[in-house]
Ligand binder design. Structure first.
Ligand code: CAA
Ligand code: NAD
Length: 294
């Protein structure tokens, strides 16, 4: 089945980017969020990105308008009914995802494909909860979805070859670099990247370096675009803690466990860049390291 209309559930850090690139690829997109404020937040972020692209000469103004015109942003699950593919990008919480699929599965046409953008949860647990485990796969985008080239196309035990092919066709149309990943917790990238970010937090806890020193060192010493603590803030500390907890449950290895500092920061509501505070404060012109009193 050819994809011409895509549903995106969740319009946060990842969902807004996935919505934008799908609309830029020429598909009609329905983005579903939980309330009007979240809908407005998602649309506002996309409009800002489109305005920036026009300002920088990367996009004509009328093209940006067409892209915006292809996006329907709503709180109504019913608007997803005739989508050919629904990609979920909601909070990294299995219970919430299963609740959401219960709604979506009962509304969306039978022949549509479903995909999860989960960072760490096993794809099979979501696939098996729907009436179409054969048409369910993982499409793991990277943050920011508008910029990062990689897409992990994840095949779980129930994913049909046809659904996998659709996943690759979607990635191709989005211009992504793709890898075929197995349904193993963390897939390829997070299996390697998440322990690295968590270890940077442990290094900080152990006094190996200050927040800034750890970040400067990895940027200047390993040529990473962001230091690991800046990256943790960028991913979202709540999301990182959830990923760590899922990976630790699966593998029972310390390297995947969320360090105490991370758990405390999440409990305090310091989610990183998206909440304005994490390892850095983001209220001023430049990020300022947070005094964590360790
Ligand atoms: N959303 C959309 N576009 C963005 C953006 C954002 N949040 N941030 C930057 N961009 C765009 C900018 O518009 C800019 O394009 P133009 O110059 O054409 O306007 C381009 O990206 C470069 O941005 P900047 O010059 O401002 O900054 P930069 O050169 O430092 O690049 C970056 C920004 C691409 C984010 C870079 O810092 C980077 O690659 N960081 C690492 C990101 C990373 O590792 N992501 C993976 C996280 S892990 C993950 O996603 C998996 C998971 O499951 C947790
Ligand atoms: P986020 O916290 O920025 O956004 C999650 C959004 O989901 C929120 O806006 C919330 O209101 C919305 N939501 C919750 N339940 C919903 C529902 N039933 N219907 C519609 N919307 C709902 O999180 P995020 O960083 O965008 O992560 C989303 C997913 O993408 C997670 O599974 C995460 O693991 C994965 N992911 C995250 C990153 C990253 O770097 N942050 C990268 C790749 C994948």
């Amino acid at each position: 089945m050819a994809v011409s209309k895509v549903g995106v559930v969740g319009g946060g850090l990842m969902g807004h980017g996935i919505t934008q690139i799908c609309a830029q690829a020429g598909w009609d997109v329905v983005m579903r969020e939980v309330d009007d404020d979240k809908v407005a937040g998602c649309v506002g972020k996309i409009e800002k990105q489109l305005a920036r692209a026009v300002e920088k000469g990367r996009m004509e103004a009328d093209e940006a308008e067409s892209v915006r015109g292809r996006i329907e942003a709503t709180t109504d699950y019913g608007a997803l009914a005739d989508c050919d593919l629904v990609i979920e990008a909601i909070t990294e919480d299995l219970g919430m995802k299963l609740e959401m699929w219960k709604e979506v599965d009962s509304i969306v046409k039978e022949e549509a494909y479903f995909a999860t953008n989960t960072s760490s949860l096993a794809v099979i647990d979501q696939a098996a909860s729907t009436s179409r485990p054969d048409r369910f796969l993982g499409l793991h985008f990277f943050n920011p979805a508008q910029v990062m080239p990689l897409l992990e196309v994840v095949q779980t035990v129930t994913t049909s070859d046809d659904a996998l092919k659709v996943g690759f066709e979607v990635g191709e149309k989005l211009g992504k670099t793709m890898v075929h990943a197995k349904d193993k917790t963390g897939f390829i990238v997070n299996r390697l990247l998440v322990p690295y970010m968590l270890d940077a937090i442990r290094a900080y806890e152990e006094g190996v370096g200050s927040i800034e020193e750890i970040d400067v060192a990895m940027k200047a010493g390993a040529n990473h675009p962001m230091g690991p603590l800046t990256l943790a803030d960028f991913v979202g500390l709540d999301t990182l803690a959830s990923i760590g907890s899922v990976m630790f449950d699966e593998y029972r290895e310390r390297r995947f466990a969320a360090p105490p500092t991370l758990r405390k920061m999440v409990a305090a509501g310091w989610y990183g860049r998206k909440s304005g505070k994490g390892f850095y404060h983001y209220s001023g012109e430049k990020p300022v390291p947070t005094e964590l009193g360790l």
